[in-house]
Design a protein. Sequence first.
Lengths: 241, 94
Amino acid sequence: MSSEENELFHHAVRLGDDALILAQRLSEWCGHAPMLEVDLALANIALDLFGQATYLLGVAGEIEGNGRDADALAFHRDVLDFRNCLLVEQPNGDFAQTIARQFLFSNWQDLLMREIAAAPDRRLAAIAAKAVKEISYHARYASEWVVRLGDGTEESRARMIAGLDWMWRFVDELFDPREGTPSLRGEWDRRIAATLAEAKLEYPKPRRAVLGGRAGHHSEHLGHLLTEMQFLPRAYPGAVW
Amino acid sequence: MNKEWPLWEVFVRAKNGLSHKHAGSVHAADARMALEAARDTYTRRMEGVSLWVVPSAAITASDPGEAEALFAPAQDKVYRHPTFYTIPDNVKNI
């Protein structure tokens, strides 16, 4: 790979891993969500993200040119080789914590994919153009729940605040100057602040940022997630439905 | 206090030119949430291009006990069916 291809490969892996890991997290809700309707909604979002991950990791494998496809990248890498941001691997917690994660991530992913849809690489641009339609719904869904929970009952408000508090440490990684997207911070901040104001919630105070996901330094949560996700294809190589 | 969210009836328009058809129902706290739940529940497989949601409580239903009086008199009036002329092939959706 040329250094340019190498750069593009890592870019696609980061994007693919974000979608894959969050999809796996969301699918843990399947059969456990507070309402049937919410169960379906979270599973739908997970399926959208699995679709994005399949395309993105597929392109990464093509760029790499070593015969690894999306499945090989998803199921046969170990935890240190994953390049997702720390935000997406955070545990679901309660429904408010899950919504907090989705709210922060989808609003960022929406801005990012809009940018990629207009970027020079045609393969990634095509994936991003399709993904933007899905993601803008995810962002809208999560934002509306932030408002409902934040401006709801005393308990829902306390849970929403706790959920945002858990996730806020992992926000700076998204905008890290090295492997993040610092140019998106302004617009992201405006969106987040507008929804929080509508939800009658305070904009969280700056926290000491936790970084490292993009370099493969993950929290203990990711290993557990991968154990579950990768068990079947590793125990039964080549298994099909 | 009733902790269940209210029920909404969902109507889906399969494509432009057709009318909205009843698809089922969802629970939701308000109309906007009902639309999203309806989208996630009933249009996942490209079933529609438009959605209506209506509070189930707003629907007045006919009384099954009155079914005979309401519907039986139509049984022997076949002349009300527009079956006495042929529909041109290029007229769709009738």
